[in-house]
Design a binder for this molecule. Structure first.
Ligand SMILES: [Zn+2]
Length: 74
């Protein structure tokens, strides 16, 4: 299995976050969940981790120039 990406640039946020996390799936879920808690004020719950896992994209989709924002689902 290839590396995965969690890209904060994908979502609107009040801090206009530019962080992109790339690594093995479990590493990215862990790091992105901690980031969501520390930087975006989410609660660290199993649901947060499930949602984070659902947002992962293949790392090959990384584009350095940025991307269009998408509405946050749910
Ligand atoms: Zn962020």
């Amino acid at each position: 299995m290839g590396r995965m990406m969690a890209d904060c640039r994908r979502w609107p946020s009040d801090i206009n976050c530019s962080l992109t996390i790339i690594g093995e799936e479990d590493e990215v879920v862990e790091a992105a969940s901690q980031h969501a808690v520390s930087a975006h004020g989410h609660e660290d719950t199993p649901e947060l981790r499930e949602q984070t896992r659902g947002f992962l994209e293949p790392a090959e989709q990384y584009r350095p120039e940025g991307r269009e924002k998408e509405p946050m689902p749910g």
